[in-house]
Design a protein. Structure first.
Length: 397
């Protein structure tokens, strides 16, 4: 009954936003009744863009991506601005967003939750440049502009158009578009090539028709261009397996890289998500698994107290151990990427190098895990969020 009451309260909120909706989904709350309430709300007012945007998020969280993106575009056509207001804000942040799924933008809402910083999200589309010529005074008032648009094939034209405009912006700009554009898997490994203490295997982009199995050394990993979260990512052990993989895919382009066996002496794989904020590293999570393809949600962290105990200890010791050991590598990543805020999914090679799987500006970090299961997390996530908020404040000095 309480959950139903909570959903009723949320449905009456002018704009719910991503954090609360994902918190419910993460806690396995059935949000379909909330989706119906939002449908009813939009039926009463066809121009309620806030409700449409929330409905699009609900649909995405329930796995209905295609319909979600259609409804999201309806919302954007009505209005581009979505504000999460706070009383007496100490700072006003404007985040430039692109239309797309939950991977299309930096989930900045999580970083500002429960702060006194007001966030306004403004959706940029290519027609904005066609109609208006450029971004101009129509943008909401702000103290800092943050480019939340993630690197992707679809977003590259937007990032390119934003570059000359934001170069002359009259407010501080964080995560400049020209730097985000260099975060593709093939460009990022070139950016970090020959960096001391770093191993990021060369990633090469291939058209499907140009993949000839006999040209590769095995094992390798392959994934479609612009795929995330392990979708259609596979480790390939032979030319026959590669042929079979290509034949059952509908994609035209793929990223291919050499597989590096990064398991520890105990046979387990460990993947660290490290966020660099003004170059300072913060551990967002450590996932531990017996499988090489690790995501925090599939690593069994919630089911295994021993894994959680290790993560807690690593978080506690992070600054004096992992961060200290790889300080030069983190400094290099910060300097070469040019990004004020960036995520790194990484591990260590057997000989102690920082093994990088991906660097990206849109990795999710949050504080919505169960406090009962993860009592050690809130304090560390609060430090990460505080550092991001301090970055915003200091950019105005």
């Amino acid at each position: 009954m309480k959950q139903i009451l909570d959903l009723n309260v949320l449905a009456k909120t002018p704009f719910i936003g991503l954090v609360e909706l994902m918190r419910l989904a993460h806690a396995n709350v059935d949000i379909s009744p909330l989706g119906q309430m939002l449908i009813d709300k939009t039926a009463e007012n066809l121009d309620d863009a806030n409700a449409l945007m929330d409905l699009a998020t609900v649909l995405q969280l329930r796995g209905n991506r295609e319909l979600a993106l259609q409804i999201q575009m309806q919302a954007i056509e009505i209005q581009r601005t979505y504000r999460l207001s706070v009383k007496n804000p100490s700072l006003r942040v404007l985040a430039l967003m692109s239309a797309g799924d939950l991977m299309a933008n930096t989930p900045i809402e999580f970083l500002l939750k429960n702060s006194d910083i007001e966030l306004t999200q403004f959706y940029v589309t290519e027609d904005l440049f066609t109609v208006a010529g450029a971004l101009n005074e129509d943008l909401p008032k702000h103290d800092v502009l943050f480019v939340a648009i993630a690197e992707s094939e679809e977003n590259l034209p937007l990032l390119k158009q934003l570059e000359p405009i934001l170069a002359k912006w009259n407010k501080p700009v964080l995560n400049k578009p020209e730097y985000i554009a260099k975060m593709s898997r093939d460009a990022a490994c070139q950016l970090l090539a020959n960096a001391a203490g770093i191993l990021m295997p060369e990633t090469v982009r291939y058209l499907a028709e140009n993949i000839h199995p006999e040209q590769f050394d095995y094992p390798l990993i392959i994934r479609p261009v612009d795929s995330h979260a392990g979708h259609d990512l596979e480790k390939i052990e032979s030319s026959t397996a590669l042929n079979n993989y290509i034949e059952r895919q509908s994609y035209n382009e793929f990223f291919v890289a050499k597989f590096v066996d990064y398991r520890n002496a105990d046979g387990l794989f460990r993947k660290y998500r490290v966020m660099l904020i003004s170059g300072q590293p913060f551990l967002a999570h450590l996932a531990i698994s017996d499988h090489w393809m690790i995501h925090y949600l599939n690593a069994g962290m919630a089911e295994d107290a021993i894994k959680r105990a290790e993560e807690a200890q690593v978080m506690h010791d992070f600054n004096d151990t992992f961060a200290k050991k790889h300080a030069t590598a983190f400094k290099t990543i910060y300097e070469r990427t040019g990004l004020d805020y960036i995520g790194i999914d990484c591990s260590e090679t057997p000989n102690g190098e920082l093994l990088i799987f991906e660097i990206d500006s849109c990795m999710i970090v949050h504080a919505i895990d169960s406090v009962d299961l993860f009592p050690y997390k809130p304090a560390y996530m609060a430090k990460l969020f505080a550092a991001f908020q301090q970055l915003l404040v200091e950019s105005t000095f």
